[in-house]
Design a protein around this ligand. Sequence first.
Ligand SMILES: [Zn+2]
Length: 74
Amino acid sequence: MGSCFYCKGNMKDGLSNYMVDMDGHFIIIKNVPCHKCSQCGEVSYSGETVARIEEIIAKLKEALTEVAVVDFAA
Ligand SMILES: [Zn+2]
């Protein structure tokens, strides 16, 4: 799976919560698959995951709720 960009530690599969503040709209996406460094905790996402995150954010921005919490898999 490769090593950490920062410390060269081992990257392990994991889940994280992705939070973004878009013009006062807080979007929280839970259970986002990620690679997490076992040494420094640095998190990285695959290109596929980032594309899905962007899709979810674009959809939620239209809804215009102040705080949105969604599950990545939903
Ligand atoms: Zn690291």
